[in-house]
Design a protein around this ligand. Structure first.
Ligand code: APR
Length: 315
């Protein structure tokens, strides 16, 4: 039987996800949005495009959680995106309310689903989603590290004039300005990055990576990035549905790993058909550890702010 993927939020990222999933014939797609017409309209448009390539997928749009029942995967982008000058944290109050409603909607209809959250501020929203829905922590995960890593790799490929596919890398920590690109875990054509780039240029690229989302928001003038975020989530879905057991940087629930207790943050994990099957604990040098801990502190502070907004998060 074909798999079923529900996309909660049929905006820029949701629509792009639906298109990518269809092109790859990964699963049937349910586009859910409170803006019913947007979900239905995008589903119909993409469904019509499938007859051109003869793609074998079904798409529907809805605002009824019954239609999302027994989804294998749910990807959540419901919420508002940033505007120019806003940080992801500025979205907290609005998106927290939205995510509470979404958690109510999915917890009984798709209790066995693998749930990927994209809504920002990512680490805190995915943590709230898990707490509200009470779905198992290995089945609730956030998309950020793949996106941040893809930005880092792209900037490096431009600087070093090397195809992106020849670069392996990793970005850890929270999905914000304190994210931690990892030059020591970056290889270009198998060689250590540190041998190939001057410190000053690398620092600039790290800074541009941290501000990668804001750069796009400024250019677009309306809305935030959507192609790369959608492609990043599809990478996670593919590893789950096809049990590829890829190691991917994701916002995962840490309960001891990296010295962190009961918090979501970006670390490498193995994704297979059981969800997050393993957290990979890398050894970090002193400066990486400091940067990682700083990033963890910002996630903790923001979650404390979320608890003040909604005391239910204390449960
Ligand atoms: N249930 C379902 N959908 C909702 C709800 C809700 N309670 N509230 C809002 N939405 C829908 C909106 O109607 C809109 O269609 O979520 C969609 C969000 O789409 P966009 O505004 O286009 O935002 P997008 O660029 O897709 O980003 C969504 O992902 O990367 C993050 O920061 C970004 O938090 C933002 C999210």
């Amino acid at each position: 039987m074909r798999k079923k993927i529900t996309l909660i939020g049929a905006g820029q990222i949701g629509g792009t996800l639906a298109h990518l999933i269809s092109i790859k014939e990964l699963a049937d797609v349910v586009l859910f949005d409170v803006a019913d017409g947007v979900a239905k309209g995008k589903a119909l448009d993409i469904a019509q495009s499938t007859s051109i390539d003869g793609l074998n997928v079904n798409l529907i749009g809805t605002n009824n959680y019954e239609d999302t029942k027994n989804s294998d995967v749910i990807i959540i982008t419901a919420g508002v995106p940033r505007k120019t000058g806003m940080t992801r944290d500025d979205l907290l109050e609005t998106n927290l309310k939205i995510i509470k409603k979404v958690a109510e909607g999915i917890k009984n209809t798709s209790p066995n689903s693998f749930v990927i959250c994209i809504t920002n501020p990512l680490d805190v929203i995915v943590m709230a989603l898990q707490k509200y829905s009470k779905l198992p922590t290995n089945k609730v995960v956030g998309m950020a590290g793949i996106l941040d890593t893809s930005r880092f790799k792209y900037f490096l490929s431009q600087e070093l004039k090397v195809p992106v596919k020849n670069i392996e890398s990793l970005v850890l920590g929270g999905h914000g300005d304190t994210m931690v690109p990892m030059p020591n875990y970056t290889k270009v054509n198998g060689k250590s990055l540190n041998e190939l780039i001057e410190k000053e240029k690398l620092d600039k690229i790290i800074d541009r990576t941290r501000k990668g989302g804001a750069e796009i928001i400024k250019l677009l003038e309306k809305g935030s990035a959507f192609y790369a975020p959608a492609a990043s989530a599809v990478e996670m879905v593919n590893s789950y549905i096809n049990n590829l057991k890829k190691t991917l940087p994701c916002a995962a629930h840490l309960n001891g790993a990296y010295g962190v207790k009961d918090l979501y943050a970006g670390v490498p994990v193995i994704i297979g058909n059981k969800g997050v099957e393993k957290i990979i604990e890398l050894s970090l040098d002193k400066s990486e550890k400091n940067n990682f801990n700083l990033s963890i502190e910002t996630v903790k502070d923001l979650f404390a702010a979320a608890k003040k907004i909604d005391p239910d998060l204390n449960n």
